[in-house]
Design a protein around this ligand. Structure first.
Ligand code: NAI
Ligand code: MG
Length: 356
């Protein structure tokens, strides 16, 4: 019997609503598999906590999270707290402190009705984006000079270290080798004459160690076009923090939208906990109504199971989501159904028990 200790940070808005459904899935797995058990420790950090305490998480928050096997996060951000504070002081802080330098986003179409792309099916839309998650354009480096004056200047610096660039590219090559898929690097070496020329060089250098991996290299603008017109070109994709952020939203758009998109923040060395979360935010427009789609948060649980080495469960959860997507009336309103968040979660648990 293996016990996995999970820190829950439900966060704000619809975060707690969808995390509750993910926890239902975890509890179902626990009851179906005598080899696995979970402990859950909830932390009520987020914007409400901020309004009371002047900070997004407890002062010793990082220390308290350190010993967990994984962090399961809903969403943060709410009107009344500036987004750059809620994002930097909780989410980005955890990603940085725990060196979660790999962001994994599956772009997989689970039902043909979900894509707005004409003539594209599950066969054409099935790839993995590996996004650099620790530096690049989101390093927080820059300057704001002569604030408010006519000569005002702001600088936002893209930070690309050799260590940081090599390790994400190496991770992607390993993934491509392991799964026998092609690897596509997405950059912009023609315009970003330092950072992306360097990125392209490192991609080529590291590639010498992986002669078995077939590679492609695209400029980000062309790649955006191909995401929409020829997604079948992609199998494993590696890209920088900013490009990955934008490209994966296109990925979400072609696979069913925000209610389905998921992402894992991984520390591959396992020196620190990794973090699993839906890609969507706190959705203030629908929070409290009980209609948030929990599938993205449940897909995160599938990624968590893969990370725990329980790939069988990861696959079973995905197969279950695939099944539920065939039952239109069991889905939440964003997918054209009439179910509540909890009803959909309950139905997913039912199907999971049948699949398992
Ligand atoms: P959002 O993802 O919260 O919402 C965008 C749109 O998608 C809304 O119309 C919303 O109703 C819909 N939507 C999102 N998730 C859904 C779900 N599970 N089911 C059904 N519909 C869903 O993005 P938005 O509105 O730009 O940001 C709202 C707040 O969330 C902001 O404070 C922002 O900073 C924060 N945010 C937090 C993130 C995180 O915690 N990882 C990521 C993105 C935004
Ligand atoms: Mg984003």
């Amino acid at each position: 019997m293996k016990t996995f200790n999970i820190a829950l940070i439900p966060g704000d808005g619809i975060g707690p609503e969808v995390v509750a459904e993910g926890v239902k899935i975890l509890k179902a797995i626990e009851s179906l598999d005598s080899e696995i058990s979970f402990t859950f420790t909830e932390f009520s950090w987020g914007c409400e906590y901020y309004l009371e305490n002047g900070r997004m998480m407890a002062e010793d928050g990082i220390e308290r999270l350190r010993a967990f096997d994984a962090i399961y996060l809903g969403a943060v951000g709410y009107p009344g707290v500036p987004d750059h504070i809620s994002l930097w002081d909780l989410l980005l802080r955890i990603r940085k402190e725990f060196d979660q330098y790999v962001n994994i986003r599956p772009i997989t179409l689970l039902n043909p009705s979900l894509t707005p792309l004409k003539d594209k099916t599950e066969k054409e839309i099935d790839f993995l984006v590996i996004r650099e998650n620790s530096e690049g354009e989101y390093a927080g480096a820059g300057d704001w000079l002569f604030k408010g004056k006519p000569e005002e200047v702001v600088l936002q610096t893209g930070v690309f270290s050799r260590k940081g660039t090599e390790r994400i590219i190496r991770y992607a090559y390993e993934e491509a080798r392991k799964s026998k898929r092609t690897l596509t690097s997405i950059s912009k070496g023609n315009a970003l004459n330092y950072s992306m020329v360097f990125w392209d060089e490192v991609f080529e250098e590291v590639g010498k160690e992986y002669p078995d991996v077939q590679t492609y290299s695209y400029l980000v603008d062309a790649a955006s076009l191909y995401f929409v017109t020829e997604p079948e070109r992609f199998e494993v994709v590696v890209t920088s923090n900013l490009f990955g952020d934008i490209l994966t939203d296109i990925g979400a758009a072609i696979t069913g939208g925000m209610g389905l998109a998921t992402g894992a923040n991984i520390n591959p060395e396992r020196n620190f906990p990794s973090m699993f979360e839906p890609v969507h935010g706190s959705a203030p427009d629908i929070s409290g109504k009980g209609i948030a789609n929990p599938i993205a948060a449940i897909w995160s649980v599938s990624q968590m199971m893969d990370f725990f080495g329980k790939e069988q469960w990861g696959a079973t959860i995905l197969a279950t989501i695939k099944e539920i997507l065939k039952e239109k009336e069991s889905l939440t309103p964003d997918l054209g159904g009439t179910a509540t968040t909890q009803e959909l979660g309950d139905r997913i648990v039912e199907i999971l028990c049948i699949q398992a």
